[in-house]
Every structure is written in C-alpha cells, then in structure tokens.
Design a protein around this ligand. Structure first.
Ligand SMILES: Nc1ncnc2c1ncn2[C@@H]1O[C@H](COP(=O)(O)OP(=O)(O)O)[C@@H](O)[C@H]1O
Ligand SMILES: [Mg+2]
Length: 291
C-alpha cells in the first residue's frame, strides 16, 4: 500500500471536468488499496511522510509546486512531474533543442536573441521560414505568448513585447491545421491519443476574444485506430524530455508529423481525454505506487 499526495492549487482548477478527474484518481487509488490525499501549498512540509507526489496544478519553476517537486525528489518519493521535466517543459528553447538533438521532426525553427534582432536578420527569417512566422516566448503556456506575424513591423512589435520578459524567443514556420494531435505518455508507454479540434476561425487550440476564452473540442481516439507512426513519434518526443507523464502536441501535414510541443502536467479532463481510456487513472496510480 502506498501513500500518495496529490498537490493542487485551487486557483489553477477551473472546470468541473478537472475536479471530477481528481476524484477519479482518488477512487482508483482507493480501489487499489492505496491512500490518496490532496495536498495544498501549506502542507508542503509533510511531503517526506509520503511515498509519491502527483502534481495536478499549473507547473512553473516559479510556483510552489516546483518546490514541492524538488522536495519530493530529494526525499526519494516517486514524483510526477519531476523537477527536471518542469524546468525543460517550461522553456521552449530547452525543449526544442532536445527534440532537435533526438532527430525529431519539428516545424522549421530558429532562436533569436534580443541583441541579434535587426532588419536584415528579420528579413532573412521571413525568407527562410516564409510568411506568416509564428513567434513564441519560451515560457508560454495556454497559447498566451504564441502569435502569428506577417511582416517586419508586426515581427518587431511582438518580439519587443516578448523581449521585455525574455532574452531569447522562438521563430517558427507556420504550419496550418484545424486540429492538433495529443499523444499522452507515461514512462515510455502511450496512455491515450486524442484530437484537439480548434475553435472555428482559430489557428490555436485556445481562442481569446474580448476576454472570452474558447477551447478546442476534445475527440478521444480508439488506440486501435491510431496510426502507429503517430504514437512512435509521440513516445520519441516524450523520451527526449524524460520518463514522466507528458502530453505531446503533433501536427499532421500531408501525411507527415511535426512535433509542436512536449507538455508536462498534461490535461486529463473527466469525460474528455479519458473518454476512450478510462483506465488512465489506474495506470497513473499504479506508476505512482511503484507497481
Ligand atoms: N508552427 C506552428 N504553426 C501553426 N500553429 C502552431 C505552431 N506552433 C504552435 N501552433 C499552435 O499554437 C498553439 C500554441 O502553441 P504551443 O507551442 O503549444 O504554445 P503554448 O505552450 O503556449 O501552448 C497550439 O494550438 C498550436 O497548434
Ligand atoms: Mg501548447
């Protein structure tokens, strides 16, 4: 029997589907004879009392959950997300460098330092990557710092805004699609595959308009109908980051796959991502319990 702590922060839980998933984890653990306790920021000092820590709050090296993750690792707990995965996935430059080194297919990608930005360099980027270019700040999540620019003025305007908070940004070839594949993996195995279908008129899975956020529609896939090549690329991309729990975003273009991102702390909504693989809760608990 294992004692599992599940780190949550109320303010990062927005939907009933997330709360229901947290309940599903607890039920799965109890059915398997394990203890599963929700833990808040003020309980961090109790981490050494547990066998495993499962973080289900927005991960960021600046957040309390990172401290929790480090503490868990130092105390020999099994931990998802482990501190290295948090560090890597919260920095798109680190993440893309790993994907490149592992030889994974990604859109044409360049990194641009603050001091390197001049007219000639930017025009060269448009020549290399075509137009529009997708600009990303390394720390972006939920599509917040990912924008399309289609001329040098827009490039400068957006890049300058990002450079206020970072010294290096990502410039990427635009790969149009109306959905992203999401391959979610744990310790080298696939848990589920789904499609995130963009909201109408949006090229990103989250669409913001007048303060209103629209989300992609989740279409869970039957794993038997998923192209093995897609799963293979998802697993290889995850492996380039670590051996934890990851959601890999992949675009499909003319039968080819391009990895867009490896996410730590991937979404698992009750009735959403779990729809075709309800055993996902049990599998994650089993891993945390060291079975
Ligand atoms: N090169 C690209 N071409 C087209 N769409 C992209 C590209 N890169 C990212 N996107 C889309 O933008 C959204 C956010 O991108 P992502 O890199 O995952 O940033 P974030 O971490 O902020 O979510 C995703 O829906 C993705 O499909
Ligand atoms: Mg993303």
């Amino acid at each position: 029997m294992a004692d599992i702590a599940c780190f949550v922060e109320r303010y990062t839980i927005n939907k009933a589907e997330e709360l229901n998933a947290l309940t599903n984890f607890k039920i799965a653990a109890m059915n398997m004879g394990h203890q599963f306790e929700y833990m808040f920021r003020s309980d961090i000092g109790r981490i050494p009392d547990f066998d495993a820590l499962f973080i289900r709050s927005t991960t960021d090296p600046m957040n309390a959950c990172y401290v929790a993750s480090r503490m868990a690792e130092l105390n020999g707990l099994r931990v998802i997300d482990d501190p290295d995965s948090i560090i890597i996935c919260c920095d798109k430059i680190n993440m893309y460098l790993r994907l490149m080194r592992a030889g994974l297919p990604i859109p044409e990608t360049r990194f641009l330092g603050k001091r390197e930005m001049d007219r000639k360099t930017v025009l060269n980027l448009f020549e290399d990557l075509g137009s529009p270019i997708v600009l990303k700040a390394p720390f972006s999540s939920f599509s917040t710092y990912v924008e399309k620019v289609d001329d040098i003025h827009a490039f400068y305007e957006t890049a300058r805004r990002y450079f206020r908070r970072t010294s290096e940004i990502v410039a990427q070839q635009f790969v149009p699609s109306n959905f992203d594949w999401r391959v979610t993996t744990l310790n080298g195995e696939v848990l589920f595959v789904c499609k995130y279908v963009m909201p109408a008129h949006s090229w990103k899975i989250q669409h913001r308009e007048n303060g209103h956020v629209m989300w992609a529609k989740i279409e869970a896939m039957d794993l038997r109908n998923v192209d093995p090549k897609l799963v293979e690329i998802g697993l290889a991309a995850a492996k380039a980051v670590g051996d934890g729990l990851y959601g890999v975003d992949i675009k499909q273009v003319n039968g080819h796959y391009l990895v867009i991102e490896v996410n730590d702390n991937p979404n698992i909504d009750a009735g959403g991502e779990d729809a075709k693989n309800p055993e996902v809760y049990e599998r994650i608990v089993r891993h945390l319990a060291g079975e």
